[in-house]
Design a protein. Structure first.
Ligand code: FES
Length: 272
């Protein structure tokens, strides 16, 4: 069945956010999923219609990304990271336990339509391995028991929250947020966990920053601009202390880079 006029209006609204409307195709497909529960042929037609593309072009995008589903998804999409680090930290055991408990395999949905289970790749949350996602919200340091406990609560309709984010909503609601229509959960949760911020805190304590960038709060002479090994940075600091003009600072940075390159050459020669 064709999408209703309200959905068409929202698809057009998404396209209008961009200088070139076709840039809005990804969020438009999320909107289709929020309405249809998957990417349907009608949804593809609607996106193509609004953007002046062919259905084949839209379909080519929808079939490329794993976040776009061609089969109906349950109320909660539960993804267990089984990439290397999470796998060895217990992700494989979590996935196996959920498979047994729910009676479904990868990319399958429970008979009650509540949970879809899938393997996911690294979600850049390895500092909290093993990690599970529920509708793309993090569940950190999950265990087989805590995973079963969570999915059972969700099946019963109990309210649960991500370990560092918002209350868990349904997959369709989450898809609407991904389409760019905010709900009232945007400020919920700490968002970034302590382990993820540890490196940032360390950099702030030592006033470290990436080469070419000043650390937050650094003085205008660019002091304490350290590179990863600290050696080049110490040259930069000396240069900045010696002289303060922009040209002097650039010269100090060049000196530092030359010094580092020479050190690396010497190291390579000694390795040979
Ligand atoms: S390996 Fe699982 S989040 Fe990186």
């Amino acid at each position: 069945m064709a999408l209703d006029e309200d959905t068409y209006a929202e698809l057009r609204e998404i396209g209008a956010r961009y200088p070139q409307a076709r840039s809005g195709l990804l969020p438009m497909l999320h909107l289709v999923q929020s309405v249809e529960g998957k990417v349907t042929p009608e949804g593809i037609e609607a996106c193509a219609d609004v953007l002046g593309l062919s259905p084949a072009e839209v379909s080519g995008v929808a079939t490329f990304y794993t976040m776009y589903k061609r089969r109906p998804v349950g109320d909660y999409l539960v993804g267990v990271c089984t990439n290397t680090l999470c796998a060895v930290m217990g992700g494989d055991a979590v996935f196996e336990r959920l498979q047994q408990h729910l009676g479904v395999g990868n990319d399958e949905t429970t008979e009650d339509g509540r949970i879809t289970l899938e393997h996911i790749e690294c979600n850049a949350a390895c500092d909290y391995a093993p990690v599970m996602m529920v509708n793309w919200e993090f569940v950190d340091e999950v265990t087989p028991d805590s995973a079963v406990d969570l999915v059972e609560d969700l099946r019963q309709g109990a309210e649960r929250t991500s370990t560092r984010g918002a209350r868990l909503c349904t997959w369709r609601q989450a898809e609407r947020v991904l389409a760019g229509f905010e709900d009232d959960r945007v400020d919920e949760g700490p968002s970034a966990g302590e382990a993820s911020l540890a490196g940032l805190r360390l950099a702030q304590e030592h006033a470290w920053s990436a080469p070419g960038l000043q650390p937050p709060g650094a003085d205008r002479a660019g002091r304490a601009e350290l590179s990863g090994d600290g050696q080049a940075g110490s040259v930069r600091e000396r240069g900045a202390e010696r002289e303060g003009t922009p040209d002097d600072k650039h010269r100090a940075v060049r000196e530092a880079d030359t010094h580092r390159a020479e050190s690396e050459t010497v190291q390579e020669e000694s390795d040979d």
